[in-house]
Design a binder for this molecule. Structure first.
Ligand SMILES: N[C@@H](CCC(=O)N[C@@H](CS)C(=O)NCC(=O)O)C(=O)O
Length: 216
C-alpha cells in the first residue's frame, strides 16, 4: 500500500518528511491536515499523533510521528541515498545540526506556542524572529566547524545532501517569513541555495503542495 503523509503545505516539519520521502524515492499520497483551521487537534488526527502536530506518516502498516523519528525509520528502511553519514562521529554532528533546528528553533514558532504567548501578531513575529536568528547564528557556526573538521563542502555537512540540509532549508523559509535578517548568515544562505538546486527539492517546496494557495 502506498504511504500516506498527513501534512500541511506550510509546515516546516512536514516539508522535512516529504523531501526525505522524495529523496529516497518512496511514493506517497498527501492527506491535508489544515493546522490553521485546527484540524490537528481533532481526535482523528490525535489518533495518529497524540500531541496534535503534523506530520504523521502511514507506511508499512504503521503510523509514525515526529519528523526526526520518521526520517530515521526511512533511513533504516531505505538506506540509499543515505541522509546520515556512516561514521558515528560525523553522524552525531549531523544529528546536532538536526536538533539545532528541531529542538532549538522550530518549537518556538509553533502555532500553539505563539498563541499562548500573545494574540498580537506583531509580538508573535518578533518572538519568532528572535529565536530564528538565535538558532541560525548557531547553525552558521556548526557549518563553519564542519568545514574545519571534515573539509569543505557545498552542503551543511560535506558534499552530499544530509538530514542537516533537509532540516535547515524549511527553517530558513520560516525565518524569512518571520522577518529574520538572513544576511548575517552567509554560509546558511549558500547551503540553502545549493540544497534547493538538488533533485527533488522543487517538488517538496510549500507552494507545490496540495492545499497551498493558488499563485496570484
Ligand atoms: N518535532 C515535531 C514538530 C511538529 C510540529 O510542531 N508541527 C507543527 C507544524 S510545523 C504543528 O503541527 N503545529 C500545530 C500547532 O501548533 O497546533 C516534528 O518534527 O514532527
Amino acid at each position: 500500500m502506498k504511504a500516506k503523509l498527513y501534512q500541511y503545505w506550510r509546515s516546516s516539519a512536514s516539508w522535512r518528511v516529504r523531501w526525505a520521502l522524495a529523496i529516497k524515492r518512496i511514493e506517497f499520497e498527501t492527506v491535508v491536515v489544515n493546522i490553521v483551521g485546527g484540524e490537528q487537534k481533532a481526535d482523528e488526527h490525535r489518533a495518529r499523533n497524540p500531541i496534535g502536530h503534523v506530520p504523521a506518516l502511514t507506511i508499512d502498516g504503521h503510523t509514525l510521528a515526529e519528523s526526526v523519528a520518521i526520517i530515521e525509520y526511512l533511513e533504516d528502511r531505505t538506506p540509499t541515498p543515505a541522509l546520515y553519514p556512516r561514521d558515528s562521529y560525523a553522524r552525531t554532528r549531523v544529528r546536532q545540526m538536526v536538533e539545532c533546528v528541531n529542538s532549538g528553533m522550530q518549537p518556538m514558532q509553533n502555532l500553539v506556542v505563539l498563541g499562548r504567548l500573545s494574540s498580537d501578531g506583531a509580538v508573535q513575529k518578533e518572538w519568532a524572529k528572535f529565536f530564528n536568528e538565535r538558532g541560525l547564528a548557531a547553525f552558521e557556526r556548526l557549518i563553519e566547524e564542519s568545514r574545519k573538521e571534515f573539509g569543505p563542502g557545498r552542503f551543511a555537512h560535506g558534499d552530499s545532501l544530509t538530514a542537516a540540509d533537509v532540516f535547515l532549508v524549511p527553517q530558513v523559509y520560516s525565518a524569512r517569513r518571520f522577518g529574520a535578517d538572513l544576511a548575517q548568515f552567509p554560509r546558511v544562505l549558500e547551503v540553502e541555495k545549493n540544497a534547493l538546486a538538488t533533485e527533488f527539492a522543487t517538488g517538496a517546496l510549500p507552494d507545490n503542495q496540495p492545499g497551498a494557495p493558488a499563485p496570484k
